[in-house]
Design a protein around this ligand. Structure first.
Ligand code: MF3
Ligand code: CO
Length: 266
């Protein structure tokens, strides 16, 4: 069942989503070679709690961290840990917060130092594909219209692998609500999008094969061919003419540009 939110509820989801964005902006300012991914998780966890919220992911189905940090061939749900960041890495940082009874969920992929041009291109196309999906996220369209727009742009136009095993989702009082929002599908298929429903759109796009496997930790999803993957996510509210994007990349991009250790020229 797709839950329609009241305007007051949407404002609370916006507050949670913007706290996710603020957390990712802090991460963008803090990132540098030499840090471990666990240090990034700790910083994000503290920032979320200092802002009167709790990390949505911690203890969700037993997930042990505040963030998912997925390095290079890790697509999503990477465990923060001992990996020391070095120039040439790309990392997806996925954050959820729970505040005032509502979740917000967003993710961004960062390049550490100089990264191969084909990988920068993968990141740029994946981020752009998120906006191609958002363009279709209007009342009266169907979930398949979003899915198709993302697949067309990433797979058909650029030849990347679109992960089939994981999808975006509705959210609100729960981190995962109906509907599922795949990044592949047919125009005009799937549930109809209704005004004031809230979804997270999250393209997970691989440079090479679409095929993935689960690492031995039971969570980290990796590409089968070991090539890198990118992942961006926004929480959005469906409206009549244009979706209301409840999370924001603005602060992240500003801090990315200020942070000399990051390669942000894309
Ligand atoms: N954005 C991801 C999702 O919606 C993060 C979930 S991580 C989990 O699936 F640990 F909470 F599962
Ligand atoms: Co999500």
């Amino acid at each position: 069942m797709i839950i329609i939110k009241t305007n007051a509820e949407i404002e609370l989801i916006r507050e949670s989503s913007l706290l996710v964005s603020a957390t990712l902006s802090e991460v963008a300012a803090f990132l540098k070679p030499g840090l471990t991914t666990l240090q990034i998780d700790k910083m994000a966890d503290d920032f979320i709690r200092d802002n009167g919220a709790t990390p949505s992911f911690k203890n969700y189905k037993g997930y042990p961290f505040a963030t998912c940090i997925s390095v290079n061939d890790a697509v999503v749900h990477g465990f923060p840990g001992k990996h020391v960041l070095r120039a040439g890495d790309i990392i997806s940082v996925d954050v959820g917060v729970y505040k005032n009874g509502f979740h917000g969920d967003s993710a961004y992929t960062f390049a550490i130092g100089e990264v191969a041009p084909e990988v920068i291109q993968l990141m740029a196309v994946t981020r752009e594909s998120l906006y191609k999906g958002i363009e279709k996220a209007v009342a009266g369209n169907r979930v398949g219209d979003i899915a198709h727009a993302i697949q067309e742009y990433t797979e058909k136009k650029h030849g990347y692998g679109v992960v089939r095993e994981l999808v975006g989702h509705g959210l609100g009082r729960h981190l995962h609500e109906d509907p599922q929002v795949p990044n592949f599908g047919k125009k005009g298929s799937g549930p109809k999008l209704k005004e004031n429903s809230v979804i997270a759109i999250e393209p997970m796009i691989n440079l090479g094969t679409k095929d993935v496997y689960y690492d031995t930790d039971g969570w980290t999803v990796r590409t089968k061919d070991g090539k890198p993957a990118a992942h961006y996510e926004h929480t959005i509210c469906i409206k009549k003419h244009k979706a209301d994007v409840l999370s924001s990349f603005e602060g992240i991009i500003a801090n990315e540009k200020k942070n000399k250790e990051l390669f942000s020229d894309y």
